[in-house]
Design a protein around this ligand. Structure first.
Ligand SMILES: [Cu+2]
Length: 375
C-alpha cells in the first residue's frame, strides 16, 4: 500500500490516520470536542464540520473527522446508498405459490478508499463493503447465485436457518468456491429478523475483515402471526404500507487493519470513516427511526452504538416483536451480533445529534456520525 511504502516504522493505530495523512490531507483528534468552539454548540444548530476541520487542522485538539473527500464514485458506493439501498432480488413465484427471490453475488477484489487518501485492498461482494443488503420475507425461497471472481477461495455463509449443505463452510456442501467457480445457495428464509452473511473460508478472520460481509434482513410475514404480532409484522414488512411510517437504515459496524498487524486502524459504520459526520443523516423529526445494526468488526471483541440526547428500544437479532431492551442509549454487540433499534426525535429541538461507538478509540478512528433532525 502506498502509505506504507513511505512509512517503514511501525505506527501505533492511534497515530495511524494522522501520520498516514500528513501529506495532502490531515486529521485532527477528538480530545477537545467538548471545548472546541466550533462544535460545542452542536445540539443547537448546524455546524459546518468541513470548515471546522480546516480551521483546526493544525491543532491536535480540534474537532474529529478527516479533511478531504473520499472519491465515492471510484468506490462505486456512497454512504447514503449503504444506508438506504436494499436488494430484494428478482422476484417470481414457484408452482406451490411460494415467493422465490434470486440474488446474484460475485466476490471481487477491489481497492476501496475508506478515509480520504487511505486505500484498502478489499475483497468485496458485488464491489461493495459491506455487500448488498439482502431483504426478503419470512418463508420466501431464497436462491443466491454466487460467482467467485476474486483471487482467493470464498464462500457465503448465511446466519439463519438452512440445510447443512447450504451452510457455506469449508468441507460441507459445495465447500469453498475457488476463483472462477460458482455455486447456488438455496433455502427458505427463517427466522424473521436482522441477520448477516459473510465469507467462511479460512483463515476466517482474514476473509471477514477484508470486506466479505453484508446485511440479511428477513421481514416477518403478518399471515404467520396473530393479533398484535401481526400488526407489528406489517410495520416491519417492506411489502406493507405501514413500513413507510419508519425511516429504515442499515449500519454495519466494521474496522480495517490497513497495515495487517492484526489491529484495526480505521473504524466506521458502513466502511467510510466519519462519513455521516461529513454528511449528517437527515431525518424527519416526526418519523420513527428504525436502524438495522450489525457488528462484523474483526480483531476487537465487541463494538457498540450510542446515541446522544435520546434513547431507543432494542430488538436483539430482530427476532422478537417486543423489545428485548427498552429505553437505553447504548448497546454493545459481539462480532455477528445484530439487532433492530427504534427511536424517535418527535418534539426534540432540530439540530445535530451525535452517534458513535462508545469505545472512545473506535470513535476517534472513524466510527462517529450525526443525525440531523429537521422539521
Ligand atoms: Cu473469503
Amino acid at each position: 500500500m502506498k502509505i506504507f511504502e513511505r512509512n517503514t516504522k511501525k505506527l501505533s493505530r492511534r497515530d495511524f490516520l494522522k501520520t498516514a495523512l500528513g501529506g495532502g490531507v490531515a486529521i485532527t483528534g477528538l480530545a477537545g470536542i467538548s471545548t472546541n468552539k466550533n462544535v460545542s454548540a452542536i445540539p443547537q444548530g448546524n455546524v459546518d464540520l468541513s470548515t471546522a476541520n480546516h480551521e483546526d487542522s493544525h491543532n491536535d485538539h480540534g474537532s474529529p473527522g478527516t479533511v478531504g473527500q473520499v472519491n465515492h464514485d471510484a468506490n462505486g458506493f456512497d454512504p447514503p446508498s449503504l444506508l438506504y439501498e436494499w436488494d430484494y432480488g428478482e422476484v417470481s413465484q414457484l408452482p406451490n405459490g411460494q415467493t422465490l427471490r434470486e440474488y446474484h453475488i460475485a466476490a471481487v477484489d477491489k481497492e476501496i478508499e475508506i478515509a480520504p487518501g487511505v486505500f484498502f485492498p478489499a475483497w468485496t461482494y458485488n464491489g461493495r463493503v459491506p455487500g448488498p443488503s439482502l431483504r426478503c420475507v419470512e418463508g420466501d425461497r431464497i436462491r443466491i447465485k454466487f460467482i467467485n471472481a476474486g483471487s482467493h477461495p470464498h464462500t457465503i455463509h448465511f446466519h439463519g436457518i438452512h440445510p447443512a449443505s447450504m451452510d457455506g463452510v469449508p468441507g460441507v456442501g459445495a465447500g469453498v468456491i475457488n476463483p472462477g467457480e460458482e455455486t447456488i445457495y438455496e433455502f427458505d428464509a427463517f427466522p424473521f429478523g436482522c441477520h448477516l452473511y459473510h465469507c467462511h473460508a479460512n483463515p476466517l478472520k482474514r476473509h471477514i475483515h477484508k470486506g466479505l460481509y453484508g446485511a440479511f434482513v428477513i421481514d416477518p410475514d403478518p399471515a404467520r402471526h396473530q393479533g398484535e404480532d401481526a400488526q407489528i409484522a406489517r410495520q416491519r414488512n417492506h411489502l406493507f404500507p405501514e413500513v413507510n411510517n419508519y425511516n429504515e437504515m442499515v449500519m454495519v459496524m466494521n474496522g480495517f487493519d490497513t497495515n495487517f498487524d492484526g489491529d484495526n486502524e480505521v473504524y466506521a459504520a458502513n466502511t467510510i470513516a466519519f462519513a455521516y459526520m461529513k454528511e449528517p443523516i437527515k431525518i424527519q423529526r416526526d418519523q420513527t427511526q428504525r436502524l438495522y445494526l450489525i457488528n462484523i468488526t474483526e480483531f476487537d471483541p465487541i463494538n457498540s452504538f450510542h446515541v446522544h440526547a435520546n434513547f431507543f428500544d432494542y430488538y436483539d437479532h430482530g427476532t422478537t416483536f417486543q423489545p428485548t431492551l427498552k429505553t437505553v442509549d447504548t448497546i454493545m454487540q459481539c462480532q455477528a451480533q445484530r439487532g433492530i433499534l427504534e427511536f424517535s426525535f418527535k418534539d426534540f429541538e432540530p439540530g445535530l445529534y451525535m452517534f458513535h461507538a462508545h469505545q472512545s478509540e473506535f470513535a476517534e478512528l472513524g466510527w462517529m456520525g450525526f443525525f440531523e433532525v429537521v422539521e
